[in-house]
Ligand binder design. Structure first.
Ligand code: SF4
Length: 710
């Protein structure tokens, strides 16, 4: 008997609704949900192959302790005793959770509560740190809260789309399709793409600015100064609703004084810069859509604030077709932000630096041992493991041995860690293979809960089929461990709605309108209502029972004085610079048909047929200088080290694609391949662990490397 069920895609932050056809406990087909506001019936190639990745032979089916199959009570006891023993001997900060934007909000909520409220440490961070933590910090600096101002309809309503550091055609394909459809309908709409590479996205832009890597803030500072000089600022909005204009403008003028100076610093022509500035001046309905090319930088927060400055100074925020819009990479990076899944967040958009908020959250949870402040961020967390400060780590639904900068160093750190617990749905990942305790978690089509997409829209991801083997939901596994550690009365969840209801209650707890995130309308949600939940943009409360499409049209921000802050930005270049030994800049990123470390998308033959091996993109002039030809094998070496002793330089070996889409002197490699697929093609092993000083986000878009024939 066939049935159809609505759920949400497991991959990117677009958060497309999926209509799954299920027969005999198997998903046999998927299609885009016509009624889901994110995608309106569309799916990209990855989403349309979701059912082709559900191969039980690749799944972790039973718990294992020390390489031996055990039952769940034994596994739970081993985790609880391992954590308790570590805490007893070394204190609560000797344990850490490293979680994932692949978790559902319910999983994230329980992980955050267990670590911060009961273990008593702030040491929970997420792979979303690698994806959008700079965007979070920038929103908070400017608005006082981590608030996405607009929604996806703004992308269609804008007359000018500025895509910065985003290859949306490949990484957020359904949003790109929506933008393209709007442009086809209204050919006067324009798209500018700011990206050092000529990507598929840049190829369809009206104007492509292939700027020098790391100079985005110069361009936006120059734009701000030029708009001020030519009388294009919204003086009324600035006067009534913002602060910081004088200092911000003064810095912009100092660092990007003229079109000529901007062109020279960014490596662009005068005509390119002037055209961009004139188009922005002439187009009030402007959306700036930014992603990893902005965030994954040692000055990612500043770059994002330079973009937000533009929107505040021109009053282009909170109105149809006008917003600074950060697009997240992962399906539930936003849900993690909402429950406090980042080490420097508390919970429900409450902050560590507010003692009343810490006390409020502790009281709400009935916390036995409340953490007092932020914990280690992703790179710090693995450094603390390396240094022996963190002795036990629980990694959930992520593969840091491949995805973290200095990936080989992360591997060595885990190899020497006393206790590595990994929950995953797959039987083999590079990280799982290093675990002392392996816990089989449910995967897409079995998981049941909620996710939040890049426009703040909360959707249900539904269980369609029974769990594979003995796989269990992450929230259930953590609740069982909490009970075994003596806190069962505070983790009495029987089903995901119990967790979601508590999360909704915390968002509304003593809120009285001060906090933007408020799910008060769901504080008493029943199982039937949860099951039937339709996708809504938070807040969902008495004032906004059907969700809120936009923030800030009223000029009211969540800073203490209600004004948005323009931030003076002094542009900084990437931390590593080229020299004679390492003369190339390396950029890393995603391909169209793969997801992260390929643990799922690598299973689908249709997806691997698009690009079947990692390739190094290189300008033909560089290839000629190195005496290389298209298709030749090369070895790329960066500053990372590999080997047990950490003394051998990390190496990435692959064939080259000669392409004029690359700027001379710059290389691009994909992030997806792991040692399981290609033993010497782990891109992040070449990237140093430099991070943004405010957000802690690593500079994954920039390393300096050497190239030689292999
Ligand atoms: Fe899934 Fe993203 Fe593709 Fe939508 S655009 S189908 S969410 S991968």
């Amino acid at each position: 008997m066939k049935r159809q069920q609505e759920t949400t895609c497991a991959y990117c932050g677009v958060g497309c609704g999926v209509q799954a056809t299920v027969q005999d406990d198997a998903v046999i087909a998927v299609a885009g949900s016509p009624g889901h506001p994110a995608n309106r019936g569309r799916l990209c190639v990855k989403g349309s192959a979701l059912h082709e990745t559900l191969d039980h032979s690749a799944r972790l089916l039973h718990p294992e302790v020390g390489g031996q199959r055990v039952d769940w009570p034994q596994a739970i006891q081993a985790v609880a005793e391992g954590l308790q023993d570590t805490i007893r001997r070394h204190g609560p900060d000797s344990v850490a959770f490293y979680v994932s934007g692949q978790l559902l909000t319910e999983d994230y909520y329980v992980a955050n509560k267990l670590m911060k409220g009961f273990i008593g440490s702030g040491n929970i961070d997420t792979n979303s740190r690698l994806c959008m933590s700079s965007a979070v910090s920038a929103y908070k600096r400017a608005f006082g809260t981590d608030t996405v101002p607009g929604n996806y309809e703004d992308l269609e309503q804008a007359d000018l789309l500025i895509l910065v550091g985003s290859n949306a055609a490949w990484t957020h394909p359904v949003l790109f399709q929506r933008m393209q459809a709007a442009r086809q309908k209204h050919p006067d709409k324009r798209m500018v793409v700011i990206d050092p590479r000529r990507t598929a996205t840049a190829g369809s832009a009206d104007l492509h600015l292939p700027l020098r890597p790391g100079t985005d803030a110069v361009l936006f500072n120059g734009l701000l100064a030029w708009l001020a000089e030519h009388g294009h600022l919204d003086e009324d909005f600035l006067t009534r609703h913002t602060e910081g204009l004088t200092a911000t403008l003064s810095m912009a003028r100092r660092t990007a004084a003229s079109v000529a100076s901007v062109a020279e610093q960014c490596g662009l022509t005068l005509e390119q810069v002037e055209t961009f500035f004139r188009w922005v001046a002439a187009t009030p309905r402007t959306v700036t859509f930014y992603s990893m090319g902005i965030n994954q930088s040692t000055s990612g927060v500043d770059k994002a604030n330079a973009i937000i400055n533009l929107h505040l100074a021109t009053g282009r925020i909170g109105k149809p077709g006008a917003a600074p819009f950060s697009i997240t990479g992962q399906p539930n990076a936003m849900g993690g932000r909402e429950v406090g899944g980042l080490a420097n967040q508390l919970a429900a958009h409450m902050e560590w630096d507010d003692p009343a908020a810490v006390e409020r959250v502790a009281r709400f949870w009935g916390a036995s041992s409340m953490a007092s402040g932020p914990g280690a961020t992703a790179t710090e967390l693995f450094e603390h493991i390396e240094q022996g400060q963190i002795r036990a780590v629980w990694i959930m639904a992520t593969n840091p041995v491949v995805s973290m900068p200095e990936a080989d160093r992360v591997r060595r750190a885990l190899q020497q860690c006393d206790l590595v617990i990994v929950s995953d749905c797959m039987a083999h990942t590079d990280t799982l293979d290093l675990a002392h305790i392996r816990l089989p978690a449910t995967g897409w089509s079995e998981k049941d809960g909620t996710v939040t997409n890049s426009e703040r829209r909360i959707s249900r991801q539904r269980a369609l089929v029974p769990a594979a083997g003995e796989a269990r939901h992450d929230w259930w596994i953590m609740s069982q461990v909490a009970a075994a550690m003596g806190w069962g009365d505070r983790f009495q969840y029987r089903q995901p709605v119990d967790v979601f209801r508590e999360h909704a209650q915390l968002t509304a707890y003593e809120n009285e309108g001060q906090r933007d995130l408020d799910l008060g309308a769901w504080a008493d949600i029943t199982a039937a209502e949860y099951d039937a939940l339709t996708p809504l943009q938070w807040p969902v409360n008495a004032q906004w029972p059907m969700g809120r499409p936009r923030f800030f049209a009223d000029g009211q921000f969540h800073t203490p004085n209600g004004r948005a802050r323009l931030i003076p930005i002094h542009p900084r270049t990437p931390q590593s610079s080229q020299d004679a030994q390492q003369p190339y800049r390396l950029n890393t990123g995603r391909l169209r048909d793969q997801w992260h470390t390929m643990t799922r998308t690598g299973i689908a033959a249709r997806l691997t047929s698009h690009i079947s091996e990692p390739r190094v993109s290189m300008h033909p002039d560089d290839a000629a200088r190195e005496q290389l030809q298209d298709g030749d094998w090369v070895s790329i070496r960066g500053s990372g080290t590999s080997g047990a002793d950490g003394k051998t330089a990390s190496e990435f070996c692959a064939r080259i694609d000669c392409t004029r889409d690359q700027r001379p002197g710059e290389l691009f490699v994909p992030i997806h391949w792991t040692r399981q697929y290609a033993s010497q093609a782990v891109a992040s092993s070449l990237v140093p662990g430099h991070v943004d000083p405010i957000s802690g986000q690593p500079e994954l878009k920039h390393a300096v490397v050497s190239v030689s024939p292999w």
